[in-house]
Write a protein that binds this ligand. Structure first.
Ligand code: 5RP
Length: 224
């Protein structure tokens, strides 16, 4: 099976976690796009979605799924999103699609994070994937030095020859060279550096379950 077919498989499998009549948290990325496409088939059974990006909002609305502002909602039962890496405890690196801040906000509103991913995303230790960090541009140089002190190399993500601008009007640093052996501690520390909007380690908002697409079928991994 191709990676694309594995993404379709887990996108469809995540429908089992959709709570009828409820509002659902929806993430961002190519795997989530498969989920949104599958969700269209049961759109009359849900109240709507809270979305984590402009791109996902557009896709949901194009399929006729109502999108609610996050401030209209107290809590969500379920949030479905992809990951760039996921370890054995359900800790993740996210933000490959630059949507990490809104993803973390919607995840924090949700009782269960359902991660959907193909098996290439499963890793023993986070960090081989360049860690996305959303930053206030004024802090770039200082933050690059702070990551260098940890052994990382932080470069500004570019798009069309310019620094990529996130949905929140900020920039992304991608940090290579890190081995994140303590995701909880790392997220706690880096989140406090001035100018960091969101670090792409999702340890405090980790996955509760991961539907992992493999050539042998879907593995359901549950985390404490
Ligand atoms: C976007 C994300 C995505 O969930 C992550 O990049 C995985 O994307 P894909 O499903 O396309 O591999 O964090 O900011």
């Amino acid at each position: 099976m191709t990676q694309d077919e594995l993404k379709t498989l887990v996108g469809q499998a995540a429908l089992q976690y959709v709570v009828p009549g409820a509002i659902l948290g929806v993430g961002t990325g190519s795997t989530v796009n498969k989920f949104i496409d599958a969700l269209a088939g049961m759109k009359d059974q849900i109240k709507g979605a809270v979305s984590s990006s402009v791109a996902s909002t557009a896709r949901l609305q194009a399929l006729g799924i109502p999108v609610f502002d996050s401030n209209e909602v107290d809590e969500l039962a379920v949030y479905v999103d992809g990951a760039d890496e996921i370890d054995g405890k359900g800790y993740m690196i996210k933000g490959g699609g630059a949507a990490l801040t809104r993803e973390k906000i919607v995840a924090s509103m949700s009782r269960l994070f359902v991660c959907i991913a193909d098996e290439s995303k499963r890793v023993p230790v986070l960090g081989a994937f360049p860690l996305p960090v959303e930053i206030v541009p004024m802090a770039r140089r200082r933050l690059q030095a702070q990551f260098a002190a940890l052994g990382g190399r932080a470069t500004v993500r570019m798009k069309d020859g310019q620094p990529l601008q996130t949905d929140n009007g900020q920039q992304i640093l991608d940090v290579t060279g890190l081995q994140i052996t303590d995701p909880l501690g790392f997220e706690t520390v880096v989140s406090q550096w001035p100018g960091v909007v969101t670090v792409g380690v999702f340890a405090h908002q980790k996955a509760g379950v991961c539907l992992l697409g493999t050539p042998e079928g879907i593995l359901t991994l549950k985390y404490q």
